[in-house]
Design a protein around this ligand. Structure first.
Ligand code: AP5
Length: 192
């Protein structure tokens, strides 16, 4: 099972990817998490990515394509994987198509979570409140200014991907405004 989750920041990509990981026994490949780990470890990639991420902008295609290509080769991806937050630009989608072909792999589905923009801001604010209440560290891009920029980057660079995948009949759309478990059930119906 090889899946892609598409959707704006806060759409629930990570939430659904985690739930499906347990259900299907395949890993969640979140480029956001991988980049945050690189930043926390102050690796060369992390140092290049930090300011870009903090500003709510996209890290270069070259960096993320390489991270994903290497990750897909790991043993735990042999039975499949869920891509959460990648691809995010048309050149990334083209690079992914090429890398999967070279590795002899095929995508099973591209699932887009459709959500109202006003709800996304509330979800980001809720996440901040919950993180603070749990004594955790708030993401450095979960603030109004960076979030606005993340939404803008999504509209300009990521939204056109729906068309890329619709053209080849691979795009499935799910209402991401429903509660978490209803969204999961809808996704499972698509994958059945
Ligand atoms: P990334 O970490 O991918 O962040 P994002 O896409 O902005 O998405 P989020 O993690 O905010 O949202 P999500 O859709 O996963 O929602 P979640 O499940 O968390 O990327 C961060 C940065 O890294 C980027 O800005 C960029 O700089 C860089 N980056 C990453 N990938 C890149 C790439 N490919 N190319 C270039 N740069 C890249 O849910 C959000 C909240 O809503 C949670 O609190 C959750 O509990 C709640 N929630 C979830 N579902 C529901 C529901 N159905 N109803 C109510 N609440 C819900």
């Amino acid at each position: 099972m090889r899946l892609i989750f598409l959707g704006p920041p806060g759409a629930g990509k990570g939430t659904q990817a985690k739930l499906l990981t347990e259900r299907y026994g395949i890993p969640q490949l979140s480029t956001g998490d991988m980049l945050r780990t690189a930043v926390a470890q102050a690796t060369e990639v992390g140092m290049r990515a930090k300011a870009v991420m903090d500003a709510g902008q996209l890290v270069s295609d070259e960096i993320v394509n390489e991270i994903v290509s290497d990750r897909i080769d790991s043993a735990d991806c042999a039975r499949g994987f869920i891509l959460d937050g990648y691809p995010r630009t048309v050149p990334q989608a083209v690079a992914l198509d090429r890398m999967l072909e070279e590795k002899g792999l095929k995508l099973d589905a591209v699932i887009e979570l459709k959500v109202d923009e006003a709800a996304l801001v509330r979800r980001m604010e809720n996440r901040v409140t919950e993180t603070v209440a749990a004594g955790g560290t708030v993401r450095s891009d979960d603030n109004p200014e960076a979030f606005r920029r993340r939404l803008q980057e999504y509209r300009e660079k990521t939204a056109p991907l729906s068309e890329h995948y619709a053209r080849t009949g691979r795009l499935k759309t799910v209402d991401g405004m429903a509660d978490v478990h209803t969204v999961t059930a809808e996704i499972e119906k698509i994958l059945a």
